[in-house]
Design a protein around this ligand. Structure first.
Ligand SMILES: [Zn+2]
Length: 415
């Protein structure tokens, strides 16, 4: 059995400098305008050190100086000396984000604030071998880079959010059952094909990174991002850092066993998993069962008549129009989700839980009942303190998250 190896490594002077530069950048990320004195105080460094570091960042074009706005609230300033602020130049560097879904991939290019300049969607044939899909993705990335007009040397790297189990250290997609992929060496392939640094992670974890550093989770030290679509997954950021577990699997909340007996079989091999109760296919399956029993009911009619919207939206619509069965179904889903989240609260005590995907689309139906269950079931009042909110990025979450993954990996917190 391997012996646990906590990080007891030392640090050399270059690493210290690197660390300090990143600390400045992270501070400017959470607060876009700061003076040298404020930075020195926050980082607990001398004014001289800050001045030297800032000079380096100015030379690289990453930050710039500007005269601050006139003082407010009677702030004391020496006469004749305007305060000089330091601010991040968001368009000094860029990152590419790629979100790989089932039969579709999206490519976007984002600036240092994770604002997307351009975002394109491409479809692919799920039956194609992985290598052909990867070749299409390389072509898609090249097109987006070209169309954006961004110079290649200003691109920090490419972040890839892939579904399934991803080994972060090797950049290999170990298993993506929906695509029938196994041990696909994504990072090696993309690095060779694009000639840019590449980082690969699970797509839900990438979305969690996007939300934590650039979205609703900014300034929060510990949060959980929970995404519901075909499956249910979670990404954890604990004490400001992404938590990946010992190998690849942290955040597989969808396979928390909720029903000990009589649950539906899950594709993972167990039965009664959260995913068999609250994923999109699971909710649709239950809604169709109800519609079969009550063919004249509002739910059945909405499911049949509103082909213009997705099946999940149809269920939400019937609930919003007051169909008691649709409401009961979603209320029960929220109960199971809340139960799983109470376990997350007991284990990790996050400050914030963000709900994405289907849960943010149906936030008016999910958030309140889910929160009630979390509060009831968490230990010792922990659930009273946790906030539950919809995620920020909506349908852009995948590609913004993948770009955020690259920004954090190659710019803000290089490991
Ligand atoms: Zn399962």
């Amino acid at each position: 059995m391997p012996v646990a190896q906590p990080n007891f490594q030392g640090s050399n002077i270059n690493l210290v400098k690197q660390h300090n530069l990143q600390a400045i950048l992270l501070n400017l990320l959470s607060e876009p305008v700061l003076s040298r004195v404020q930075l020195a105080r926050r980082l607990n460094l001398s004014n001289t050190t800050i001045t030297n570091l800032i000079a380096e960042l100015i030379e690289q074009g990453i930050v710039s100086e500007r005269e601050s706005a006139p003082a407010e609230n009677g702030e004391q300033r020496p006469v004749g000396r305007p305060r000089i602020d330091i601010c991040l130049n968001p368009d000094a560097r860029f990152a590419v984000g790629v979100h790989i879904g089932v039969g579709v991939f999206r490519v976007g290019i984002a600036n240092l604030r994770d604002q997307l300049l351009l975002n394109r969607m491409y479809e692919f044939d799920r039956k194609l071998p992985a290598e052909q899909v990867l070749a299409q993705i390389v072509a898609g990335v090249e097109t987006v880079i070209q169309e954006s007009g961004v110079e290649r040397e200003h691109i920090l790297g490419v972040g890839i959010g892939a579904s399934g189990l991803v080994d972060f250290s090797t950049g290999e997609n170990l298993l993506a059952p929906n695509l029938n992929w196994r041990n696909v060496p994504m990072r090696t392939y993309f690095q060779a094909g694009l000639g840019l640094p590449v980082v690969v992670d699970n797509n839900v974890r990438a979305m969690a990174i996007g939300e934590a550093y650039f979205g609703a989770g900014r300034g929060v030290s510990s949060l959980a991002f929970v995404y519901g679509r075909t499956g249910v997954g979670a990404g954890l950021v604990l004490d400001g850092r992404v938590f990946r577990g010992s190998s690849t699997g942290a955040g597989e909340i969808g396979h928390t066993v909720m029903l000990l007996r009589g649950g539906d079989p899950c594709h993972c091999g167990n039965s009664g998993c959260l995913e068999t109760l609250v994923s999109e296919p699971a909710i649709l399956r239950q809604a169709e069962r109800i519609a079969g029993q009550k063919p004249a009911g509002l739910l059945a009619r909405t499911l049949q008549e509103r082909q213009d919207i997705s099946s999940t939206e149809r269920i939400f619509l019937a609930a919003r129009q007051g169909d008691p069965d649709a409401l009961r179904l979603l209320h029960e889903s929220a109960y199971y989700l809340g139960m799983a989240l109470a376990n997350v609260v007991n284990l990790f005590n996050p400050e914030l839980i963000l709900l994405g995907g289907m849960f943010s689309q149906g936030q008016d139906l999910f958030i309140q009942p889910t929160l009630e269950t979390v509060r009831q079931m968490s230990f010792g009042g922990l659930g009273e303190k946790v906030r539950l909110q919809p995620a920020t990025f909506g349908w852009k979450a995948g590609v913004s998250g993948a770009a955020a993954l690259a920004l954090m990996q190659f710019f803000y917190q290089p490991e």
